[in-house]
Write a protein that binds this ligand. Sequence first.
Ligand SMILES: [Fe+2]
Ligand SMILES: [Fe+2]
Length: 363
Amino acid sequence: MEVMPDLSRTTRHALQEAILQPRFYTTDFDEIDRLGIAHMQDEFEWTLGQFANDYNKGHFVRNEEFEANFDDMPERSTFIDFLERSCTAEFSGCLLYAEMYKHLHDPTLRTIFKYMSRDEGRHAGFLNKSMRDLNVALDLGMLQTRKQYTHFKPKFIYYATYLSEKIGYARYITIYRHLQQHPQDIIHPIFKWFEQWCNDEYRHGEFFALLMRSQPELLRGANVRWIRFFLLAVYATMYLNDARRADFYAALGLDWRQYDQDVIRLTNRIVTQVFPVSLPIDNPKFYQHLDACVAYDRQMQALARRKDPLALAQQARLRAAIGARLATVYMMKPVPTTRENRWPGLAGFPHYRPLTAGEGVVV
Ligand SMILES: [Fe+2]
Ligand SMILES: [Fe+2]
């Protein structure tokens, strides 16, 4: 393994590439640059206007609550892990969107990406400051140059990024609403910032939904299989990750499993705004298989320190068992999106409304 003596332990940790870690992405920017959006220009311009409003311009300002001493806070180390993963994920979005801004030529698209990069940079910075309060350094500049980048085709970037924005919204709002009901479980002030914060994520997801709607071939035919694949990948990754962090969620007064199932339910509803299918989460077999994956993963964790051939063989067997379970879930019949079950949009959230005849005419 590469020796990096000049890096803090947290920076090193964030650099380790493992299957469940947040990743940094790159893509074929020239292909994205060839996208045609002129047929939906009004809607893209409206979306651009939403970003230009910069609703959260004054939101990410710290108050005196952040000056407290957090040495004895509950679950300090798992909270740091949460901050680190969140900060890396936010920064990953900041970099990807900044690259889009740099490479694209369409003035509307590139400006939208510039604004989204602004938001993610703000989110990453806010998390990073809280890490510094806990005497943990995550060097974002170093991450940018040292972390490996995963290359994804543009359409995979759209599916994966759309989903990560919407599930990010669902995760933040579910924690926020829970803590509103149980203020005694607010172990750190940063959670009080989640409500407006998650609106940024929801708005980013709205843009990707629009982008996919403008390219209808992304939402039909063989691509539906890719949509199902990404839905499952995103849900299963979160489920396995959070199962390993049950203590952190317990410190917030949350049962990780219930929390994850609530987040998946909300995300699975939201995605019907654009995807022709969602996953059959109400089929009891869905969580039976995911829970089996968690059990296998726990056995793998228990074997992780052993390097003897028997342990390695057992780990390989468990990894294959997780793969087989996920493949079974993937084959389950998806739920078609219909007029009745389609996500109606978030109450109170601004939505594009085309002008109808007579509207907008100055008399
Ligand atoms: Fe963000
Ligand atoms: Fe975002």
